[in-house]
Design a protein around this ligand. Structure first.
Ligand code: HXC
Length: 259
């Protein structure tokens, strides 16, 4: 598939794919075309047997500075309703393989929200996160008022959403929004390292573990535990479970087959 607004490398490392948001002049502002391509690419990579983990990145200056303000500026509520851009976001959210965001520079508005749809986040020291929509007369619309408080707590989410202030990578780490902060020249490599580590594991186990963790944000504890248990039992139907446990007992490295 050829894309105009993103670059896709399905094999940047063994079993690891890279998606790069690629509107550098606009700081990777997320127009509808880019989001549609992102949805299509994630769907294709999710179906590709040679891909086990996906890394999503921008460039050094910006992961993404938000939804494309120039594209949205003239629209009215009915235009927005008809365009229904969040269907695209809902599809992105359904990606089954782990997605790691590698963030440098600005991750603002929809950019910050896109980071929060990813499963893990590696940030460069230069990364800045924010929900500045309030400064242009609107508010977060792609999960910023829901995922942000779950990640950083109520008062921090309130401060970000109500003032539009940015937070540094260091603060984002302290608040639990990112997994690790590294010097700018290392952020992508660090994301590949994390991706490669996960890519060596049983993809079925990884898939069900991701699904189970995400379930915890949607359910009460008892229902979540029930869901976890079913997925745990299901893994005993896999060859990878037999291989993983045999390899442990035989003191050798496992060879997972995704079966
Ligand atoms: C469209 C954008 C943009 C955006 C930057 N640009 N952000 N274009 N939409 N979100 C464009 C600028 O117009 C400019 O183009 C070029 O990128 C470089 O940006 P500058 O402003 O000149 O750079 P700088 O002075 O370094 O400032 C960087 C910045 C600032 C702080 C990130 O650009 C900024 O505040 N951007 C908007 C951030 C924002 O409000 N995001 C939330 C959007 S609403 P030209 O052609 O002038 O050189 C949103 C809703 C999400 O995300 C919910 C729905 C998905």
């Amino acid at each position: 598939m050829s894309y105009q607004n993103i670059l896709v490398n399905p094999q940047v490392r063994p079993y690891v794919a890279l998606i790069q948001l690629n509107r550098p002049k606009e700081l990777n502002a997320l127009n509808l075309e880019l989001m549609g391509e992102l949805r299509d690419a994630l769907k294709a990579l999710d179906a590709d047997e040679q891909v086990r983990v996906i890394v999503m990145t921008g460039n050094e200056r910006a992961f993404a500075a938000g939804a494309d303000i120039k594209q949205m500026a003239g629209r009215n509520a009915i235009d927005m309703l008809k365009i229904d851009q969040f269907t695209t976001w809902d599809q992105i959210k359904k990606t089954k393989k782990p997605v790691i965001a590698a963030v440098s520079g600005f991750a603002l508005g929809g950019g910050c929200e896109l980071v929060m749809t990813c499963d893990m986040v590696i940030a460069s020291e230069t990364a800045q996160f924010g929900q500045p929509e309030i400064k242009i007369g609107v508010m977060p619309g792609a999960g910023g008022t829901q995922r942000l408080p779950r990640a950083v707590g109520k008062v921090n989410a309130m401060e970000m959403a109500l003032t539009g202030r940015f937070i540094s990578a260091e603060k984002a780490y302290a608040l639990g929004l990112v997994n690790k902060v590294v010097p700018v020249e290392l952020y992508l490599e660090e994301a590949f390292k994390l991706a490669s580590e996960i890519a060596q594991l049983s993809p079925i186990a990884v898939r069900l573990a991701k699904e189970s963790v995400l379930k915890s944000f949607e359910t009460g504890l008892s229902e979540g535990l029930e869901f976890e248990r079913k997925n745990f039992y299901m893994l005993f139907a896999t060859e990878d479970q037999k291989e993983g446990m045999a390899a442990f007992i035989e003191k050798r490295a496992p060879d997972f087959k995704n079966r």
